[in-house]
Design a protein around this ligand. Structure first.
Ligand SMILES: Nc1ncnc2c1ncn2[C@@H]1O[C@H](COP(=O)(O)OP(=O)(O)O)[C@@H](O)[C@H]1O
Ligand SMILES: [Mg+2]
Length: 247
């Protein structure tokens, strides 16, 4: 029973865009405490799954629970408050803000209230610098995000997500377009953060990365899971090879 509760779980999640069925009754369970991966061909519904789970879009039908709590109709801020953070496939940072301000913006309301809070937010600034250090980009603290490389911007976005201390982190293609050195750093960081108690669900196309950091892999094809298991099983699963290679 504790397994049932300690999970991000969907039942029959369905979402269509016009005639395109992006999610087709997807029932998935991601256990707490694991590095989970969600893989599948382009267009198989992975990002839509994240969007539905995080309340960015409303599923047509189906149900989502997190740690036993129904979050099917929860708004994005409520999902975040429940403990789920996420990054975006196309990376969301404020291009004209410094790296440090980007991380702070993740937890600080914008406008006057934010400035008032900011004036006495010394501990917050230290914490933000701590995350930049952890991600290896502290030397870029005062650099505007638009002047950082794509890979650095992805690390910055992740720092912002971690700033709100989510217990579960959804990463949408963290290694996409990132150079090999940063890729290693992302892999190590995910394993370290997981060892500290954080749960991950990672959508990623880099199979070396997925196979090396995941405890459990769910494979999507056409909007629903077709296989799941540890890397050793997924690597040799014929349905997985079929979905990717069209065999
Ligand atoms: N906002 C949208 N409007 C119309 N079609 C969409 C939208 N989002 C996703 N789709 C379609 O839904 C399907 C699944 O997309 P997506 O979830 O982005 O797949 P993945 O992340 O696995 O590549 C694709 O056919 C895509 O074109
Ligand atoms: Mg996607």
């Amino acid at each position: 029973m504790s397994d049932e509760r300690g999970a991000l779980r969907t039942e029959g999640l369905t979402k269509a865009f016009g005639g395109v069925v992006a999610l087709d009754g997807a029932s998935v369970a991601f256990q707490h405490g694991r590095v989970n991966a969600l893989i599948g061909p382009n267009g198989s519904g992975k990002t839509t799954f994240f969007n539905c789970v995080t309340g960015m879009i409303r599923a047509d039908s189906g149900r989502t629970t997190y740690r036993g709590r129904d979050i099917t109709r929860a708004a994005p801020h409520a999902v975040a408050h429940a403990g789920i953070g996420r990054t975006f496939q196309l990376c969301r940072v404020f291009p004209r803000m410094s790296a440090l301000d980007n991380v702070l913006a993740a937890v600080r309301p914008s406008g006057l209230l934010g400035q008032l809070r900011g004036a006495r937010g010394r501990a917050e600034v230290d914490r933000a610098r701590g995350w930049l250090t952890r991600l290896g980009i502290e030397h870029l603290a005062d650099v505007e995000a638009r002047n950082m490389s794509w890979g650095q911007q992805k690390l910055l976005e992740l720092a912002g997500v971690l700033m709100s201390e989510p217990e579960t982190v959804l990463l949408d293609e963290p290694a996409g377009g990132v150079n090999p050195a940063l890729l290693d750093r992302i892999g190590t960081l995910v394993r370290d953060l997981n060892a500290e108690g954080r749960t991950f669900v990672i959508v990623e196309h880099n199979m070396d990365l997925v196979m090396s950091i995941s405890d459990h892999i769910v494979v999507f094809d056409r909007g629903r899971p077709i296989a799941e298991g540890p890397p050793s099983v997924i690597r040799s699963d014929e349905r997985v090879l079929g979905a990717y290679l069209g065999v």
